[in-house]
Design a protein around this ligand. Structure first.
Ligand code: SF4
Ligand code: SF4
Length: 493
């Protein structure tokens, strides 16, 4: 269970009043401005008169950033998935008038209903929290060139009647995400965003049907900063990489949000140890090909101490690979397939302490150092095929681990003979066969430790092979083999 806290973690890093962010300064909004407004239009002239330094960068991004364009046969599929989300980003879908009659619900019952519906609509994570005014954009930036159905560029955002937020997390396909920065990762983003968009729109519609005001926020029409809102709703914490880091899926998810005046019980924020873990771990920063993720200490930005992502560097790299990159997401130690091993390790990672340092070191040992790691990931469209090893291959590998452990065990018995330990060999042999131990209770304890260790080794190697990561599997084999030798020798002794 996550540890609920009274205040979100960022409160400790607040150094003054936080100003509302203008969505017009967001890079996607600026790319839209450059692409969709005529030269000489009032919107363009006013913006670049106030921000002359932004014009050249925006021109380049508008020219060069074409997400999902290098997907071969899959390019139109990808574009269609994003377009499906854009169609339902219009005001007529995300907002509307509440039903005239209100249904009376207790805050607990209301929260239970919306969370249950969110899960039915496809949310992998859902939480509720307060809507704080500082996370609401001050002005609209994404109007798609003042397209019909969208609010106009620069119109003020007013959500003052909304007191609560429902934040939903939608997991990105882990296999596709592991292909980062190749094309499959942008497909994974598109699918998660599209499911999130539909879920947010439907959930807002349901709440309006109960007689309360509700607005959906999703990929093409966020009017709130999705990450801090998700933090307030207890989905996770803000990470060094600048994304939401969750206990369940690491960085590998996309967000959909509904804001409302429906009286809701709030889950409250969580402390899952991300701040202290990220302090010790700079893996995403080391991997980031553009140097956009800062190393070292947090710095002040908008009255908050945080690791501030350099978005311009990041987007420049997006335009190079024609995807949303996601290398940081896929390389984060928390973004791993949901196996028992990773679930257990993630639980340990949520506790603050020096063991987090050891976990970062183990991550580098098993998965390779960021600067040296052979990513070994499938390139391009080949990653659209399943990346897990087939069952019989995994069974074979586990059988080899068990055989190796038995070999180690018998080998250590053999080693004991020349040392004049023959009397002990018979005892050890009968222990291995599971017979009543002539070694006494201690012998049984030793035997069980050896057996448990071997089974653990087999399961760990199984997990790594399931991920198709050969380096961790080999390192695990070596570690378990070495300790098996020691245990075997100890048992004979
Ligand atoms: S998406 Fe890529 S370029 Fe951007 S911060 Fe992450 S690793 Fe760096
Ligand atoms: S890779 Fe490490 S530093 Fe980056 S977000 Fe994940 S845990 Fe934090």
């Amino acid at each position: 269970m996550p540890r609920r806290t009274e205040k979100p973690g960022y409160e400790k890093d607040r150094v003054g009043p936080i100003g509302r962010v203008d969505e017009r300064d967001a890079l996607f909004a600026r790319a839209d401005l450059f692409r969709r407004f005529e030269d000489g239009s009032a919107e363009k002239e006013e913006y670049y008169a106030a921000h002359p330094e932004a014009r050249e960068f925006d021109r380049r991004i508008a020219d060069e950033l074409h997400l999902g364009d290098r997907g071969g046969d899959y390019t139109s599929l990808c574009a269609g998935i994003f377009e499906a989300a854009r169609v339902i980003a219009r005001d007529a879908f995300v907002d509307g008038e509440p039903a005239p009659e209100t249904v009376a619900l207790t805050p607990e019952e209301a929260a239970r209903r919306v969370k249950s519906l969110a899960r039915t609509l496809g949310a992998d994570l859902v939480g509720t929290g307060p809507l704080r005014s500082e996370w609401v954009y001050s002005h609209v930036g994404r109007s798609f060139g003042n397209a019909e159905g969208f609010p106009r560029w620069g119109s003020p955002v007013d959500l003052s009647r909304h007191t609560s937020a429902i934040s939903m997390g939608f997991r990105m396909d882990p296999d596709f995400n592991q292909a980062a920065p190749e094309f499959p990762t942008v497909l994974a983003s598109g699918v998660a965003y599209a499911i999130g968009a539909r879920a947010a729109v439907r959930l807002a519609e349901y709440i309006r049907g109960l007689g309360y005001s509700a607005r959906a926020h999703h990929v093409y029409n966020y009017r709130v900063l999705s990450v801090p809102v998700a933090v307030d709703c207890g989905l996770g914490e803000l990470s060094r990489a600048g994304f939401l880091l969750t206990r369940e899926f690491g960085l590998g998810l996309r967000l959909g949000i509904v804001t409302t005046d429906l009286p809701l019980h709030h889950d409250g924020p969580v402390d899952i140890g991300v701040q202290s873990f990220c302090e010790r771990c700079e893996i995403c920063a080391a991997y980031c090909p553009s140097g956009a993720i800062p190393r070292g200490e947090k710095t002040e930005y908008n009255a908050l101490l945080k690791w501030k992502l350099d978005e311009e560097k990041c987007y420049r790299y997006w335009s190079v690979v024609a995807t949303d990159c996601s290398i940081c997401m896929s390389s984060c130690p928390w973004t791993k397939p949901s196996t028992w091993l990773h679930r257990a390790l993630t639980s340990a990672a949520t506790l603050k302490g020096p063991h987090q340092f050891l976990m970062v070191a183990a991550e580098k040992l098993f998965y390779g150092r960021p600067d040296k790691r052979d990513r070994g990931r499938a390139e391009g469209l080949s990653s659209l095929r399943p990346t897990r090893l087939r069952l019989h291959m995994r069974l074979l590998a586990v059988a080899m681990v068990v055989l190796a452990a038995l070999g180690v065990r018998w080998g250590s018995v053999g080693l004991a003979l020349p040392a004049g330990l023959a009397p002990r060999v018979g005892a050890a042999t009968s222990v291995l066969a599971g017979a009543a131990s002539p070694l006494g209770p201690l012998g049984w304890v030793g035997y069980l430790i050896w057996l448990g260790w071997t089974l653990l080794g087999a399961a760990v190697v199984w997990t790594f092979l399931a991920e198709r990561t050969t380096r961790p599997a080999l390192v695990a084999l070596a570690v378990f083999g070495a300790v098996s030798v020691a245990l075997g020798a100890l048992l004979v002794w």
